[in-house]
Design a protein around this ligand. Structure first.
Ligand code: KG4
Ligand code: ZN
Length: 337
């Protein structure tokens, strides 16, 4: 190892993925993720089951990350973890594990905000150009939908946010209505590839500024299907691909329209996406198309860094490490942003 390099163990446990990563400076040496299958049968995350599964997963996942990185635990310079927002019971597992491990190793701890981690995942070294400040990032996940203006790694201004449901939540609910399982986002994405995005039209609400609202789209999808099912009980079966393509087009179009406006208004020529929904193939291709049209640069994360993972926590922690921004062992998790 080169002298003066920093080795960070990062832990993510805010929702239903237990993850641990080792970073050396801004490079990822390992990124182990244990996804919890137990929630599928309930159609959504059951918090009590999530924290129990985190407890079972945390030691093997951390052990796996250290082994895969090929380091010894004595080489770790700091231990980072997601402090919030997220589910309290889930966060507690990661926070308490990180504190105990740090105490045992005599190393400092670094607390990380989950949303900042999603956005800062663009600074993981992959041998490709990274965003230059200022840039706009659309953060879209199962819990959040925000348009952010980044002037620095930690100077992040929220230009707009959802006033009700998150985009991922709306996609997952549409999937649930069609009985496609949980989480439905990846299933809708896959089925939409064989559908006609203009087959059905769902209205988007007029919300001022850069804010979003997704509860109306979800309700109009529900009522539309309820009416059609009266005429044809097999309507969903007969039109599944078209329904997926149409609702996906509606949500992606609504998301990107405001992102495009925000970039124009703020004279920004670089636009990124982050969070679980940034894995969506239409969102990725449409962002690229809009950026090409304006001669802007699009930053689209690789799939492994879209959904929850500890590597993104590690990169956020690395920038905090460089600022000597360590946390106190007495800190507690927070559930809301
Ligand atoms: O960031 P994430 O893993 O967890 C939260 O912090 O919420 O995001 C999960 C969300 C879920 O709503 C899931 O359905 C959605 O990301 N998602 C997708 C795709 N892959 C994951 N939505 C649309 N298309 C996808 N390919
Ligand atoms: Zn997330």
């Amino acid at each position: 190892m080169q002298p003066n390099m920093t080795t960070i163990l990062a832990i993510e446990s805010s929702c239903d993925d237990t993850s641990a990563a080792i970073l050396r400076d801004d490079r990822v040496l390992s990124n182990v993720i244990a996804s919890q299958k137990v929630h599928e049968q309930y159609g959504g995350v059951v918090p009590e089951l999530a924290s129990r599964a985190h407890q079972q997963n945390i030691i093997p996942v951390v052990d796996g990350a250290i082994r895969q990185a090929g380091i010894s635990k004595e080489e770790i310079d700091a231990i980072a973890f997601t402090r919030g927002p997220g589910l309290l019971g889930s966060l507690m597992v990661g926070v308490n594990f990180a504190k105990s491990f740090a105490l045992a190793l005599g190393k400092p701890i670094i607390e990380v905000n989950h949303l900042q981690a999603h956005v800062l995942s663009h600074f993981i070294d992959r041998g490709e150009p990274k965003p230059q400040f200022p840039f706009i990032c659309l953060l879209v996940s199962g819990g959040h939908t925000q348009i952010l203006l980044l002037k620095d790694h930690f100077d992040i201004k929220c230009l707009g946010t959802t006033i009700d449901d998150a985009a991922g939540e709306a996609i997952d609910k549409a999937a649930k209505i069609m009985d496609l399982g949980y989480p439905g986002g990846p299933v809708i994405d896959r089925l939409a590839k064989d559908g006609n995005p203009d087959a059905f039209h769902f209205a988007t609400p007029h919300i001022p500024g850069y804010d979003y609202s997704f509860s109306g789209i979800k309700t109009s999808f529900l009522y539309f299907l309820r009416d059609r099912l009266k005429e044809d009980p097999e309507f969903i079966e007969h039109h599944k691909a078209d329904l997926c393509a149409s609702i996906q087009k509606t949500i992606v179009g609504f998301l990107l329209k405001k992102v495009e406006r925000a970039a124009i208004d703020n004279h920004v020529r670089q636009v990124a996406i982050a969070g679980g929904v940034s894995a969506n193939s239409l969102l990725r291709s449409e962002l690229q198309r809009i950026c090409d049209r304006h001669h802007w640069k699009a930053f689209i994360p690789p799939f492994q860094f879209c959904t929850d993972n500890a590597a993104m926590v590690g990169i956020a922690a690395y920038f905090k490490y460089l600022r000597n921004d360590f946390a106190d062992l007495s800190l507690a998790p927070y559930t809301r942003s």
